[in-house]
Design a protein around this ligand. Structure first.
Ligand code: SF4
Ligand code: SF4
Length: 242
């Protein structure tokens, strides 16, 4: 069995917010109605099982708000029952966390709730914390990661990547990158780069070329590159990503 320490899991593009510095924005603009389908979920599970992979930490981020994924309540027990997934982590903006069923909570190991400017559902979050506080990390606005101020100005490459893959997105496995690579490609005038991904099929991790992580042309304009010299706080206003 091959253990994969972490995988990003992209399930839905929609989001109630429109953060100016949404690191997933380029991805969301390309496919604003993207939802990972149940067929895609099953193909991923079967390919992972046939490959004899075990994903230790599956991280559900978006590319928008993961609690807007139509299939979330079905997928959580399915993933846990598959035998190929260890921990399940969800990052959410907290607006719908009070709607999650207790059955779903049984399959969630960790949740990060980011409280953006203007968040008004503190009472609902407190009620959820009372039941599941041992699984929840609250991320206040002041704690948010700052993001590069000027992506057009190239940062050094190779770099330390803060958003490495692999990342499941539909029927594709992005081998090196998380969502910010899409905004980098926008800046570079690229629609896509077939060298970044492989089809979800048995042995998908065999396509990884060692040394490419943090050493791609896209890294120079990517939020994931930790080498930019000027950083600004995130804002929840006016990204135009919707
Ligand atoms: S950064 Fe903001 S706009 Fe982007 S997915 Fe998160 S909450 Fe939504
Ligand atoms: S383009 Fe580079 S910095 Fe960005 S996510 Fe991919 S490997 Fe990381």
């Amino acid at each position: 069995m091959r253990k994969i320490p972490m995988m990003r899991f992209e399930v839905a593009s929609a989001c109630q917010y429109d953060c100016a510095m949404c690191a997933h924005g380029g991805m969301r603009l390309r496919a604003p109605r993207y939802q990972l389908s149940l067929d895609q979920l099953e193909r991923f599970i079967e390919a992972t099982r046939q490959s004899d992979y075990f994903i230790e930490d599956l991280r559900m981020h978006g590319p928008g708000e993961p609690l807007l994924w139509d299939h979330l309540e079905h997928a959580l027990p399915r993933l846990k029952a598959s035998g190929v997934i260890g921990r399940i982590f969800i990052a959410t903006n907290g607006l719908l966390v009070h709607k999650l069923s207790e059955a779903s909570w049984e399959h969630i190991d960790e949740m990060r709730i980011s409280l953006y400017d203007g968040f008004t559902r503190q009472d609902e979050v407190r009620a959820v914390m009372a039941r599941h506080g041992d699984k929840i990390i609250l991320n206040e606005c002041d704690d948010f990661l700052e993001l590069p101020a000027d992506l057009a100005h190239a940062a050094p490459v190779p770099c330390h990547c803060r958003c490495d893959g692999p990342m499941l997105y539909g029927d594709r496995m992005y081998l090196y990158c998380g969502p910010p690579v899409f905004s980098a490609m926008d800046l570079m005038g690229m629609d896509d780069d077939a060298a970044l991904w492989t089809a979800v099929a048995p042995g998908y991790m065999d396509a990884v070329v060692p040394g490419r992580l943090g050493n791609l042309a896209q890294c120079a304009h990517c939020w994931g590159n930790s080498s930019f010299d000027t950083w600004v706080p995130q804002s929840t206003q006016g990204g135009g990503w919707k």
